[in-house]
Design a protein around this ligand. Sequence first.
Ligand SMILES: [Zn+2]
Length: 95
Amino acid sequence: MGEIAEAMSNGLFCACCGVMLDGEEPGYPRYCTRQCEPPGHRDPIKPTKQRTEAQRNKRRERNRRYRARKAARAEAARAVPRAVDDEIDALEEEE
Ligand SMILES: [Zn+2]
């Protein structure tokens, strides 16, 4: 890869038109304007938001509830076929 092409794919220059950006080289392709971005483009690395401890705890709690609901759904999905199996067993025993 040429030096310019490498600089473009590393984000030093706009990966479309080659214009100099802010002098940073984040290691992924970047674009100077929305017009230069390919359709559906997103920067692979989003700037990390500074969160407060309270926000982190809120997020943690939300994730915990989400996992608990997911586990409950998975448990319910497993329980249904078992109930049907039990019914079949009961019917077979009656015969
Ligand atoms: Zn550009």
